[in-house]
Design a protein around this ligand. Structure first.
Ligand SMILES: N=c1c2ncn([C@@H]3O[C@H](COP(=O)(O)OP(=O)(O)OP(=O)(O)O)[C@@H](O)[C@H]3O)c2ncn1[C@@H]1O[C@H](COP(=O)(O)O)[C@@H](O)[C@H]1O
Length: 105
């Protein structure tokens, strides 16, 4: 099991947990809108780190971003497997070709 799968498992165990002892449980308790807000904040911090050309900070912000994305997916009843399946479905399809097919629909 890789670190993202392990993290997803830990996150799932925190649903309904004690917000006083777990940051993840606190996020779940605050609800989808708050989780989404935190994800947006972490995305902004990731962009800032990238623009400052700071690889160490970018790595940390990317980790924060991925953690909050996993919490949001879990709250929505989705998992890394769903995202992996979507990425696999796109394998071999150029992003440009995929965009063109969307524009003709
Ligand atoms: N990977 C993470 C992780 N990344 C970031 N964070 C937390 O995300 C928070 C982001 O910081 P902020 O200052 O933006 O948030 P805040 O000020 O606490 O929140 P707001 O008041 O702004 O809403 C910090 O508290 C970080 O510790 C994480 N918290 C937990 N994990 C993982 O989740 C596991 C379970 O954690 P708990 O649920 O806390 O037991 C841990 O063992 C880790 O593996």
């Amino acid at each position: 099991m890789d670190v993202l799968d392990q993290l997803q498992s830990v996150i799932a165990t925190r649903r309904g947990g004690d917000p006083e002892s777990s940051y993840t449980a606190k996020l779940f308790a605050r609800g989808r809108a708050k989780i989404a807000q935190k994800l947006g904040e972490e995305a902004t911090e990731t962009v800032i780190a990238a623009m400052q050309d700071d690889p160490a900070e970018l790595t940390k912000e990317a980790a924060d971003l991925m953690f909050h994305l996993l919490v949001l997916l879990t709250d929505a009843g989705l998992s890394l497997e769903d995202v992996r399946a979507e990425l696999a479905r796109r394998g071999g399809i150029s992003g440009l070709a995929e965009k063109a097919s969307r524009e003709t629909k």
